[in-house]
Design a binder for this molecule. Structure first.
Ligand SMILES: *Cc1c(COP(=O)(O)O)cnc(C)c1O
Length: 404
């Protein structure tokens, strides 16, 4: 590592979160963990392995490509593609042993295109307005036509809640009412698939009645609450941490400015520290002159516009801060021993191992700068900040069980 910006992904935290959430489920209920979008930025394969270690029975992805990547890494658990698939995508899914959600009639598809037979979860739209069939008659027709095929197995039926994280549960209640009505019709017709699922993280954490045969958990597995509208019944620890080492500190005179557009003007002698991390790494530009980072356990404001690859912070009130100090952008506060000079004589492999060991020893129990705080300042949700963590940021994986 030469640039000095890195993420620590705590696989132990993901495994522990999954185990805690699973403790809320009845014994027969399966737990799918969504690892779409590169595992919400954490790394899809590593997140999947951690989730499996914690007790996940199934994995969810957005695309056939994402599912295939997990298979190629040797992951054998059931994988469900949640996004829309084309017939060609479904054929590739069958070949890779991925189940797919199906939202449209497949009348024109010749028989025998799926080999081995494709596992289908029929998707129902009960109020999300995104994917799925809305009318019960259409669902009946789709299941009937799929059941006639020898190259398809209808194994599941599911819907997705639009407002499970909202304070008011009326919208979810209405979705569940429609879903229940539809299930009753399907049961009468003898068409109800073996596996029914509805709940995302929010519904899993607050509504035991909505667990059905499987829950689909994403954000909570990564250690963040889906929203602050309700109490979380288990303890969750954030798994994603972003750090950067100060590359330069200099003092500006009153009246001098910082960054593109000169949006920050020093009104006193100001010690400015520069970090080699920017919006291209996933630290949003809207956080300019708004957010703070943590240096040596203390807050330091972001000043000037966040650049593509760099950003500046005010450390005037932190006289002990120096070039080479580690700054926490989010996650657990960096241990004091993290300084560039400690890493200088190490190979990259040694650096990563030392940082991972040191994280486990001290950072894991230190306070956190929550992504929820940054998300509020950026007018978004923790999900978007996580997913935005760029591929170019090296991820250091912390894992007490290296067999995973
Ligand atoms: C991503 C996703 C989930 C998980 O949602 P979280 O809010 O992260 O728990 C569940 N179901 C579907 C269909 C999804 O796309």
């Amino acid at each position: 590592m030469y640039r000095g910006t890195f993420a620590v992904v705590d696989k132990d935290a993901i495994a522990a979160n999954v185990t805690s959430i699973k403790s809320l489920l009845a014994e027969r209920v399966r737990m799918l963990v969504t690892v779409k979008a590169n595992g919400y930025g954490h790394g899809a394969i590593e997140a999947a392995r951690a989730a499996i270690r914690g007790g996940a029975t199934d994995l969810g992805v957005a695309s056939v490509e994402e599912g295939k990547r997990l298979r190629e890494a040797g992951i054998a658990q059931p994988i469900l593609v949640l996004g829309a698939v084309t017939p060609a995508g479904a054929a590739a899914a069958a070949e890779a042993g991925l189940a797919v959600g199906v939202s449209t009639q497949w009348d024109d598809l010749p028989e025998g295109v799926f080999n081995p037979p494709l596992q289908v979860h029929v998707k129902v739209d009960t109020g999300m307005g995104r994917l799925g069939l809305r009318d019960t008659a259409d669902v009946v027709r789709l299941i009937r036509s799929l059941k006639e095929r020898t190259d398809v197995r209808v194994t599941g039926l599911f819907t997705h809640l639009a407002c499970a994280d909202a304070k008011d549960t009326a919208h979810s209640g209405e979705q569940i009412r429609r879903f229940t009505e539809m299930l009753a019709v399907l049961r009468r017709e003898g068409l109800n698939p073996p596996l029914i699922h509805v709940a995302n993280s929010a519904a899993t954490l607050r509504m035991q009645d909505w667990h059905y045969g499987m829950v689909r958990v994403g954000i909570a597995a990564y250690g963040y609450p889906p929203s602050d509208a309700f109490d979380i019944p288990v303890s969750l620890s954030p798994a994603l941490n972003l750090y950067s080492f100060i590359t330069r500190i200099d003092t500006l005179a009153p009246g001098e400015t910082v960054g593109y557009g000169a949006t920050f003007t020093a009104c006193r002698p100001t010690r400015v520290a520069t970090l080699p991390v920017g919006y291209a790494d996933g630290y949003f530009r809207i956080l300019s002159n708004r957010a703070h980072v943590v240096v040596g356990g203390r807050e330091a404001p972001v000043i000037g516009n966040v650049c593509m690859d760099q950003m500046m912070i005010d450390v005037t009130h932190l006289p002990e801060a120096e070039t080479g100090d580690c700054v926490t952008l989010y996650g657990h506060h960096a241990p004091a021993e993290w300084k560039t000079r400690r890493l200088e004589t190490m190979t990259e492999d040694e650096q990563f191992r030392w940082l991972a060991a040191s994280y486990r020893e001290s950072a894991q129990s230190s306070p956190t700068l929550s992504l929820d705080v940054l998300a509020r300042l950026a007018d978004t949700i923790s999900y978007e900040l996580m997913c935005a963590l760029a591929v170019r940021v090296p991820r250091i994986y912390v894992d007490s069980d290296s067999s995973f």
